[in-house]
Design a binder for this molecule. Sequence first.
Ligand SMILES: NC(=O)C1=CN([C@@H]2O[C@H](COP(=O)(O)OP(=O)(O)OC[C@H]3O[C@@H](n4cnc5c(N)ncnc54)[C@H](OP(=O)(O)O)[C@@H]3O)[C@@H](O)[C@H]2O)C=CC1
Ligand SMILES: O=C(O)C1=N[C@H](C(=O)O)C[C@H](O)C1
Length: 269
Amino acid sequence: MDDLPGIVVTGVSGRMGQMLAREVTASGKARLVGALERPGHDWVGRDLGACMGGAALGVTVEDDPLPAFARARAVIDFTAPAATVAFAGLAAQARAVHVIGTTGLAPADLEALEAASHHAAIIRAGNMSLGVNLLAGLVRKVAAALDADWDIEVVEAHHRMKVDAPSGTALMLGEAAAEGRGIALADNMESGRHGLTGARAPGAIGFSAIRGGDIVGEHDVIFAGAGERLVLRHVATDRAIFARGALRAALWGMDQKPGQYDMVDVLGL
Ligand SMILES: NC(=O)C1=CN([C@@H]2O[C@H](COP(=O)(O)OP(=O)(O)OC[C@H]3O[C@@H](n4cnc5c(N)ncnc54)[C@H](OP(=O)(O)O)[C@@H]3O)[C@@H](O)[C@H]2O)C=CC1
Ligand SMILES: O=C(O)C1=N[C@H](C(=O)O)C[C@H](O)C1
């Protein structure tokens, strides 16, 4: 057991943090060697298992990232952009693999990750599930096969607590569609339609977001042509799919050189 590679989970009280801690602990492939929360959080100093309402795990929740990262081979981080940028610098310092599931990152955040990736491997994806990463490949192929008379719309639905839109997955799928079509997503993105919008811009890739209840994550990519419509869909019903992908990425990343990677690299798609 002691020779299993050590992993730290950040934002451990969160929806994904708890799922990740359970996945790592139950995997038999890695050891949970650290669980982080922010200073002042009421879990800090307590046993993680008890905090999650189960048996003691022998892992005390901490609030100081660097010493935790220093004893880990990998950090799995599903938190928020500002936290992820700070963790990237510290993971680079500790030479630990940084697996990033956090979405909503701004261009300046991505620049900070690029700098950190010169010192340690970073694996980042807006969706760590096998299904969505396969779907992105299908979307790229379909977009390449159809001409610009087929309108592309990405529709996503998530739980009421989600704070960013479009979702990281929707952006991944939009990027795949843009790549397939040979255009830049940034120049062709249409989202948040409201009021007298005018007609749809030719060649645009549209985004719509639904928020409600406990929806785990649903994504449709619609190719709407004249007289027919093709819909490619992924429905997540269990957050364990993301945690499983993240653990796989962490283990894979331990054999990689510093640099930036995604789930296509991890899954060999
Ligand atoms: N790539 C993928 O496959 C997936 C990505 N996600 C993404 O993961 C992220 C987290 O989602 P979810 O678990 O639902 O969110 P939650 O809000 O449930 O959890 C976020 C956690 O991060 C902590 N956190 C936030 N900011 C900081 C900070 N500055 N310093 C330290 N800790 C911080 C929060 O602590 P506190 O409560 O104190 O704020 C909380 O514990 C989102 O960006 C989401 O989109 C989610 C699922 C799959
Ligand atoms: O916040 C979530 O919950 C999810 N976020 C990711 C995203 O932004 O696409 C992945 C998944 O859809 C769940």
